[in-house]
Unconditional design. Structure first.
Length: 538
């Protein structure tokens, strides 16, 4: 592994160094293909020059909506080499959310998979600033036609014959590399501006504290548009001079075959994944692997020792968010009695726990988690085109995470819940605000309140309380079908309840805690789309 001076912490400089030092070492394992670090450098150079040839340059924003595939690396890191900004888009986005992401990010180009071309066609007229579309997959002939505002190309047109390295001095460590959208917990989703050096900070932190080695293979089946796969797997492998084994998606039935086939030594789990893997039928195949580490978010305290013994791994964890990845780490050297915590800060930041009145809380006191960065370039630059929201999240240099927890007497962080209004479903952060906003566009709906309901798998399911306009009628299934048409599949409510009036304070502030108490008390009687046999397609 190789550390880098601050000014060298750009994707272009790092990839060039890897190609020179370890050209023949495997970087990416994808299905039956292996790509070396030398190939990574060459292909990303070709894509970088391809973007330049199509008029994309320094500072331009390019939206990227691709499934897990090698082209995700070629596109995103090719853009990084020329100082353009990649905007990863959740592949479930459609309709108003897709339009919002494209518009709010000021994207001028959209790289998207053919599978979602119909979604693009539905909102294309609303995003005239998109001048070019590059379509991945299909038969190589994009189904979208050119129009007066934009042209459409096959993604293969970006792979230029020119494999020369773009000038490295055009891009600085604090230039924005990615704009990654949050879940929009207190309002519309915010575009987090992640500098080049942030990826380096995360990769270095995990490699050093978790003990990643150059002979490791880090397996991820999580989506590359999420921070977990992008930072905790890809950047960590890159920093460790190791390899990434990439799967299209999580599949419980294929998981152990993938682990054995790729020779994986480490994998990450997120949310319910840990319990799903734990509940798979045991067998000798579980120990016929090279696995030694698993980063679980969160660490399952109830099965901590049993999980490690059964699968032959050491569990690690982090407390992190898009704005500042890996603030704390639970490492292999931490004592077992601290399992269930997210570890503690390791030098990049300080934490404090703050009460609602702004006073600091002692050990054991539950309050909002505040974070102070100690090293340059280790966290976001701010929210794109949202200066007021950026300013609101800081208090004299301390970043207010919006999450609640406590520090024990040894400085270990225990996460409790989200102060912000978010719903966490199967690894996805869901904005209650956006669920409500979309449903309120239905002509029969007057008001909506979205809340989390505890899921049997862990984390949450989505429930909505719906107030209809006078004289209007809808069925529970109508609400689900409208949701499925207009929002990402993972946002679609599982539970639907019609109500005459939402509970509010005298100042008209919604009292969601009353709805949560009602849902908990009547869980068995709630209308449940899963019980009704209504499936929601991705």
């Amino acid at each position: 592994m190789q550390d880098y001076e601050l000014e060298d912490r750009t994707m272009g400089r790092i990839l060039a160094d890897k190609a020179q030092r370890i050209p023949d070492r495997t970087f990416l394992i994808w299905q039956d293909r292996r790509y070396t670090y030398a190939e990574l450098e060459t292909i990303t150079n070709r894509y970088a020059n391809g973007f330049i040839a199509h008029g994309i340059g320094y500072g331009d924003h390019v939206a990227v909506m691709l499934p897990n595939c090698p082209e995700f690396f070629w596109v995103v890191w090719g853009l990084s080499k020329i100082g353009a900004v990649a905007v990863p888009i959740n592949t479930a986005a459609k309709g108003e959310l897709m339009r919002y992401f494209l518009d709010k990010s000021d994207s001028v180009c959209f790289v998207v998979d053919e599978e979602w071309s119909e979604r693009v066609a539905a909102i294309r007229s609303e995003v005239p600033q998109i001048r070019q579309y590059f379509i991945h997959g299909g038969n190589g002939v994009p189904s979208l036609p050119d129009n007066a505002e934009s042209t459409v190309h096959a993604l293969s047109e970006l792979e230029s014959d020119d494999a020369s390295q773009p000038p490295l001095d055009r891009v600085a460590y604090d230039d924005t590399q990615l704009i990654m959208f949050t879940s929009g917990t207190t309002g519309p989703s915010k575009g987090v501006q992640c500098p080049h050096s942030q990826g380096h900070a995360v990769g270095r932190a995990l490699t050093v504290d978790f003990g990643y080695r150059e002979d490791d293979v880090l397996y991820t089946c999580l989506p590359l548009f999420h921070g977990n796969a992008a930072y905790y797997s890809c950047y960590a492998a890159l920093w460790a001079d190791a390899a990434i084994a990439l799967a299209p998606r999580f599949s419980a039935t294929r998981f152990w075959d993938d682990i054995r086939r790729t020779g994986a030594t480490q994998f990450n789990t997120l949310g319910a994944m840990t319990n799903i893997i734990w509940k798979l039928p045991p067998g000798p195949h579980e120990r016929e692997t090279k696995l030694r580490l698993c980063m679980a978010v969160p660490v399952p305290k109830e099965i901590y020792s049993e999980f490690q013994e059964r699968f032959g791994v050491v569990l690690t964890s982090v407390f992190a968010m898009t704005e500042n990845f890996a603030m704390t780490r639970f490492t292999p050297s931490d004592p077992a009695e601290k399992a269930g915590s997210a570890g503690k800060p390791r030098g990049e930041c300080e934490l404090r726990i703050v009460a609602d009145d702004g006073t600091d809380l002692p050990a054991g006191g539950v309050g909002e988690i505040y974070m102070l960065p100690l090293k340059p370039g280790s966290m976001m630059k701010g929210y794109y085109r949202m200066p007021k929201e950026t300013a609101r999240e800081f208090d004299n240099g301390w970043f207010k995470t919006g999450d609640r927890g406590y520090l024990d007497e040894d400085g270990y962080l225990f996460f409790m819940d989200r102060k912000k209004e978010a719903i966490r479903r199967r690894g996805e952060n869901i904005s209650a605000y956006e669920v409500e906003l979309i449903l309120c566009r239905h002509p029969a709906i007057h008001e909506v309140a979205a809340i989390p309901v505890a899921s049997e798998l862990s984390e949450d399911d989505v429930m909505v309380y719906v107030v209809l306009k006078p004289g209007e009628s809808m069925t529970h299934a109508d609400v689900v079908h409208f949701s499925a048409e207009h929002m990402s599949y993972f946002m679609v409510p599982r539970f639907v309840e019609f109500i005459d009036k939402l509970p509010k304070t005298a100042s008209e502030k919604l009292e969601k805690y009353k709805l949560k108490l009602d849902a908990d008390a009547r869980r068995a009687q709630l209308w449940d789309r899963e019980r009704e046999g209504i499936e929601v397609r991705r």
